[in-house]
Design a binder for this molecule. Sequence first.
Ligand SMILES: C[S@@+](CC[C@H](N)C(=O)[O-])C[C@H]1O[C@@H](n2cnc3c(N)ncnc32)[C@H](O)[C@@H]1O
Length: 323
Amino acid sequence: MASELPPGLRVALERELTGVSRRDLAGRAAATSRAYRSGRGSAGVIRGRDDALAYALTRLPATFAACAAAFGEAQARAPGFAPASLLDAGCGPGGGTWAAREVWPSIARVDWLDASTPFLDLAQRLSAGTFEARITRGDLGATAPSATALSAADLVLASYALAEVAPAQQLQVIDRLWDATLGLLVLAEPGTPAGYARILAARDALLARGANLLAPCAHAAPCPLAAPDWCHFAVRLPRSRDHKAAKGVDAPFEDEPYAYLVAARPGVAGGPAPARVLAQPRAGKPGIDLKLCTPDGLERRFVPRRDKAAHAVARRLDWGDAL
Ligand SMILES: C[S@@+](CC[C@H](N)C(=O)[O-])C[C@H]1O[C@@H](n2cnc3c(N)ncnc32)[C@H](O)[C@@H]1O
């Protein structure tokens, strides 16, 4: 799955950047990333149009790439799934929706829910002329019995959004997202121990509600990883000239660590991979070391060079791949 932004989104971003001071944008990008890192949520970070634009320039490419990678796995595990509707909950500037449309051109109806007006406005401007979305400005964490139900959709996405929901509300939010899910629910979070912990809690809650896990787990048994280990992956994405300038860096790419979960309603045909590669394979002269998640738990598998057929397969494996 390509982690490059689709041409329509690149052009729309360039249009937004026209006439905007790059120096101001770089200052905002640094300030917003400092604020996010210190634990503040978007409500306290994204105050207006230019903050939203700084996010779109410096963070959207990475969250797009993480979503694209998670969707690629979802598609591989449920190849017949062709969603007609998408709910992107906590959509921000809408990068996850663009990634979903790349993987599933069948998506004809898009719903966006977000608490942030600057993000929703930017998401609308970026998608103008390419696709339309129904917009709800609202609180994902609204749990009062009177709270309006989320719009049901074949595919429901919450990317990098759970992190901003108060810990005490996160499982209720998972319940709401699952209630809205007709087919697949995809969660993506930063690839940090805290992001993994949120995914793990969501995993338990979704299993208790009868979900089938499609990825990344190879089974529905308890996660075999023990602290300080945590399940996460990384995706490499290209940086545009403006992206590099906004971050004040030279490298033409960056690696985004992410954690994710794909949960399916029982009616969706598909299943988990027999095993998943949990770390970068280590190739040496005698052979290749693999760290695998399997239905029997965590497995370290050594594939000797002399086993030519198995070695040829192992050589092509990457961190995150299904076996
Ligand atoms: C870090 S941004 C991620 C945006 C986008 N999903 C992405 O992957 O780039 C988190 C988003 O969640 C939204 N959000 C956080 N808490 C929310 C809540 N309680 N209700 C609705 N939206 C919320 C924020 O406004 C923001 O757009």
